[in-house]
Design a protein around this ligand. Sequence first.
Ligand code: SF4
Length: 703
Amino acid sequence: MIKNEIKTTCSYCGVGCGIIVKKDINNKVFVEGDKDHPVNKGMLCSKGMNLHYVANDTSDRILYPEMRWSRSHPRERVSWDTALDRAASVFKSIIKKHGPDSVAFYVSGQSLTEEYYIANKLTKGFLGTNNIDTNSRLCMSSAVVGYKKTFGEDSVPISYADIELADTFLITGANPAWCHPILFRRIEKHKEENPNVKIIVIDPRKTDSANFADLHLQLIPGTDVILHNAIGRHLYKSGLINEDFIKNHTEGFDGYEKIIFETSLKQASKICGVSQDDIKKAAEIIGLSKGFISMWAMGLNQSVIGTDKNTSLLNLSLITGQVGKPGSGPFSLTGQPNAMGGREVGGMANLLAVHKDLQNEEHRREVAQFWGVDKISPKPGLTATEMFSALESGKLKAVWIVCTNPLVSMPNSHQIEKAMANSKFVVVQEISHKSDTVKYADLVLPAAAWLEKEGTMTNSERRISYLPKEIEAPGEARPDVEIFCDFAQRMGFRGFNYNNASEIYDEYASMTKGTNIDVSFLNYDRLKNEGTFQWPVNEYRHKGTPRLFEDKKFYTPSQKAIFNVPSTLENTSVKTNSEFPLILTTGRVRDQWHTMTKTGKVARLKTHYPKPVLEINPVDAYLNKISDGDITEIKSGNGIVRVRAKITDAIKEGVVFLPMHWGKVLQSNLNRANNLTNTHVDPVSKEPDFKFTSVSVSKYKKP
Ligand code: SF4
């Protein structure tokens, strides 16, 4: 018998589907899609529709704080008082001896906005260091920089509702059919109902998204900028550009014009491995469209030239004037449910809350004044990869890891293992013992999970939703904001004695007043009673903003959008050679999510892609004497992976693919793709180069 039901939001990807959760008299929950929700209209993907298994199964949950007094002792159960007193005393003593930059927080795109906000206030405002970064650094920091460079601020201009108004989609570096399934279902349905709709996919793999497309440009990894520029060049040459928009609403076109003509169509075709005809066809589809949407994810972002890949794609929206009008605009897809919310509250080492800039003295002063502290340090904090390098070298002494599993998700896993082992003090605030990172913790703090706490999240289209608490957390697990605030008070900081999460949201909302992400007219009551809102919500009774820049006033000083000229055209961070002749790219599979600490608990999600396999082209398999199903050994300069081969022409010759989900706890660590990946990062966004590691592949022979 159902006792009550609530409306909430899926805790997996950035699509942000609405879910109805029903609870029975035994406190077991059931989920179904919310038919009234504007995002999914009742649909859920395989991950979302199995969320109740994750919520009901507490067998893997961390129930009590655990602590060890030294590395030679096992952890033992302790009280919250003992755990947080110890955390405070260790942090105080490390900061006293080595300064505030010797400690760091590493948080997550799964953290709720209130958690992100408080962690940032605590670190940047009170601990006195900007050493707080997020695992979202690994997935969308290049998109943040791309938007800032083009529009003046990190601003996704459009909504899912624009999908049904568009007639052309350029999906690049993304496989939404698997990774953002409900969003892709909306595109599929739109195309089924409107045969004039065209889809172009750019990807080295023939993914399910590519198979549905009208045109698949199967490029050589790392050549995206040249391909985008070649499309821009053909648009220009064919007269398919919007001169009025370029003249009146953009800057920097001269530099762009020059760069797109530096590479001929013939040269671009050769470099990218895409025929001249297909490049022309893509340009003509885009140029003739009435509503052009570009969508992208990790294939562009996770690169040493991630910023240039982003800006060169954004240039295509500018050259065609396809921004700030219905059914058109660039649309980055976030992989985590609240990556966008984290961006709003400045949840990265180089950002401040409400899109203020750490490098801007006036912005630092404003934020310090708001929090009632003397100053914010001007020194940029350590980004994700820098943080673990600093732990390895001993420069960073203590790290507090929240809701993320860097042992599996960070590049070069063996370096992360060394960094963790070398650190002086590691706090892991987590829900599950299945996280590989827990092994390295000196202090484990049990956190409340989805449905066990309240807060807000923002999805890929700037839509803020309220997530209510529906069930009690098991054991002594506590909401993350409570843990942060309790710790802050034990550190002697004032300004952390909130009565509930609603007060934290109100504080954040008041901080946004007058900014471009103003939600000062939004609060929990409105979110509970009126549903979701897309920021900004800057007037009383305002219903939110589905589309930005309709007035063609961008957030740059001149109010014009900016054509950026790429500093680098091709990813040359790694060279293939006779020792490592193939390029490894990594990514997701349909039914798993991140490092499987949640989806790995659901048996039915294992049937689609039960084990990690190496996807390899028939030609490369032949050259390396590999048959389908053989155990292969994949080597890079950083490590080894051993998995079975799947020979498929869905992957381009010269490229191999490994899924990124599997790690040590659930399988052998020889299944972990990030044993291999390199640690290069984009110089501006500091996003790692997950899609481009040179490797060798051979049939594994038991010694
Ligand atoms: Fe959840 Fe994303 Fe699936 Fe929607 S598409 S149900 S948000 S995992």
